[in-house]
Design a protein. Structure first.
Length: 174
């Protein structure tokens, strides 16, 4: 695949995503969705260290709250190009909206909690806008989890510019 052929990824969603719509979309396509209950499909038996053919999307063996897949934008990119079974980067089967809503349903489910998430981005200005853990400098917890993200991205740009301006003023004052 050449650089010109790289598939597009879902744009920043323009409005809050719907967990209920995502659940409905998963239920409609249940026959072709892998691990509809989110538990994945093991290769062997629990405890035999053979892993999963399809990893769990939620539950105790899934990714934790600090994982990139727990961020809606990252999850939507994955879902858009890999789900349902048979989809690919060249042959997606979901619209951007469907990918976002299915991802909202997925990230709303229970999963292991990563300790000390608040320490993950000590430079708050570069925390991803869809990182749904405190501190929330740009918007509400729900907005950081489900969007819309464009207003958060704009606030983040303003914060970065303010920091640059402050640093320039401090250098000039020396």
């Amino acid at each position: 695949m050449s650089c010109q052929q790289v598939p597009t990824t879902p744009a920043l969603n323009p409005y809050p995503r719907s967990v209920q719509v995502g659940e409905f979309e998963v239920a409609i396509d249940g026959g072709i969705w892998v691990a509809i209950r989110g538990q994945g499909q093991r290769v062997g038996q629990k405890g035999d260290a053979q892993g999963y053919a399809f990893p769990p999307l939620w539950g105790p063996d899934s990714f934790n709250t600090g994982a990139g897949m727990n961020r809606l934008v990252m999850a939507a990119r994955f879902v858009k190009h890999n789900m349902p079974l048979g989809a690919s980067h060249d042959a997606t089967q979901l619209s951007d909206d469907e990918a976002y809503d299915v991802s909202a349903f997925m990230v709303s489910q229970p999963r292991p909690v990563k300790a000390n998430l608040e320490a993950d981005f000590p430079a708050r200005w570069n925390k991803p806008v869809d990182a749904a853990f405190p501190p929330y400098l740009l918007g509400t917890p729900d907005q950081h989890k489900y969007g819309p993200f464009a207003p958060l991205a704009e606030k983040q740009k303003q914060m970065v510019q303010e920091l640059k301006d402050l640093a320039a003023a401090q250098r000039a004052a020396r």
